[in-house]
Design a protein around this ligand. Structure first.
Ligand SMILES: Cc1cc2nc3c(=O)[nH]c(=O)nc-3n(C[C@H](O)[C@H](O)[C@H](O)COP(=O)(O)OP(=O)(O)OC[C@H]3O[C@@H](n4cnc5c(N)ncnc54)[C@H](O)[C@@H]3O)c2cc1C
Length: 401
């Protein structure tokens, strides 16, 4: 009897895991992907959508042809219930059984973190495509009627890179529009210091980020939680207030409802606690990768922050989970282990026409090596990587780096 592997989610984690397990067993396994979205979305480019530098078609592609080309069944549906004891997942399109389940359902944004975080108040976010499109409408209104801009990352978030990228892209766009002097720009963050990034910072990082901010005339407020937003006003927990005409705030992520609602599967935030094999702690035949997998924050900060579950570790986790499932199907021991904190940090922070490459041997300290390489080559690298990654994912070349 051919084994059945069911994958929930078809983005970074789901696409990589589904194709990797299919390839690892030379096709001798039934793999089905169930995804709420029928398109792959390259989320790292959402930072450019509000400025009109990218549209939906530039950063998405249809999933069905990619999966079909690799003999993987694709179901465009939302998973509504997971029943681990019966090894079943229900969707509006039917019920699917599995021998092994891979949860790669990513995130939903926790908008409750900041009452008033809504476009009607001039407060935007860019964590989903519709949000980024709406943030673009607000941006165009700002260009017509300029005023102060606030960019921020709330308490509990881990996606600081996106906040920094949007901040420096905003500075670049304001300069291009001749508005740099007329529009005060402020960055407010829960990070204890600039350049913490949710990974504890890297040598020289704080100094570099301070330099970038000084050069662009950006005011910064660190180690701060946000209390409430209303039209034109952002209240901070310490009683301070920032006025704005346009704000973009990155809120924390939560796991999907279907995962949170599965008895015993998820933690309080809806993420799946996993071993370093990416096997669920509660259910050995369920694996979780990418943002869906829980990661314990290894430090305490005055204002709580999360860790950045970025694309590179997501792909590593997906390959580890796929190799382990393939081994179990072959009747072998699980060969791969890689805790999140041991995965290298590889990221590019774009700054419009400049940027910083972030490379470290481990996500979490202690590290043997960690460097930040600033310069225009980082911007070029992000542009090239976007094209390369979309090509690689669309073709299903998931073994490529
Ligand atoms: C604005 C922004 C900028 C970023 N920039 C970078 C960057 O520069 N570099 C970097 O490395 N990372 C970046 N990231 C992080 C990167 O996007 C994530 O690491 C990556 O998306 C994680 O992939 P995933 O597959 O775990 O989750 P997701 O990408 O969230 O994919 C989850 C998939 O599951 C589907 N799904 C959800 N619920 C269900 C359900 N109930 N049933 C079935 N399917 C479901 C969704 O439709 C989606 O297709 C950024 C993220 C954001 C938001």
């Amino acid at each position: 009897m051919r084994k059945k592997v069911l994958v929930l989610g078809g983005n970074f984690g789901g696409l990589t895991a589904a194709l990797s397990v299919k390839h690892a067993l030379d096709g001798d396994v039934d793999v089905t992907v169930i995804s709420a979205s029928d398109r792959f979305l390259f989320n790292p480019s959402l930072i450019w959508v509000p400025f009109g530098k990218r549209a939906e078609t530039d950063i998405t592609f249809p999933l069905a042809p990619t999966f079909e080309a690799h003999g993987v069944e694709f179901v465009h549906a939302e998973a509504q219930a997971i029943t681990p004891l019966a090894k079943r997942v229900s969707t509006a399109a039917g019920t699917y059984g599995y021998d092994y389940l891979i949860v790669a359902t990513g995130y939903r944004t926790d908008m409750t973190v900041l009452p008033g975080l809504e476009p009607a108040n001039g407060v935007h976010t860019i964590t989903t495509l519709p949000d980024a499109v709406e943030a673009g409408q607000g941006w165009r209104r700002l260009l017509d009627d300029p005023g102060p801009v606030v960019i921020g990352a709330t308490q509990g978030t881990g996606c600081f890179g996106a906040a920094y990228e949007f901040l420096f892209n905003t500075a670049y766009q304001l300069k291009k529009a001749g508005l740099k002097k007329r529009v005060p720009l402020t960055y407010v963050t829960a990070e204890p210091f600039l350049g913490h990034f949710g990974i504890g910072g890297l040598p020289g990082g704080e100094r570099l980020l301070k330099l970038f901010c000084k050069k662009e005339g950006i005011q910064t407020v660190t180690g701060t939680a946000m209390a409430e937003a209303s039209p034109g006003k952002l209240l901070l927990d310490d009683g301070g207030a920032l006025g704005f005409s346009y704000a973009m705030i990155i809120p924390p992520f939560l796991g999907q409802q279907v995962v949170a609602a599965t008895p015993g599967l998820a933690d309080g935030k809806g993420f799946v606690p996993v071993h370093d094999t990416y096997q669920s702690v509660a259910h050995p035949d369920i694996y979780a990768v990418g943002i869906a997998a829980a990661v314990a924050v290894p430090w305490t900060t005055a204002v709580p922050i999360g860790v950045p579950k970025t694309g590179f570790p997501t792909e590593v986790q997906a390959r580890v989970a796929a190799a382990n499932i393939a081994a179990r199907i072959r009747g072998e021991e699980q060969p791969r282990r890689k805790a999140f904190g041991d995965i290298p940090a590889v990221c590019v922070m774009d700054a419009g026409n400049n940027g910083v490459m972030i490379i470290a041997d481990r996500m979490f300290p202690p590290r043997k090596a960690g460097v930040l390489l600033p310069g225009p080559q980082a911007h070029a690298a992000k542009l090239a990587f976007e094209k390369y990654f979309l090509w690689k994912a669309r073709k299903g070349h998931v073994r490529l780096p």
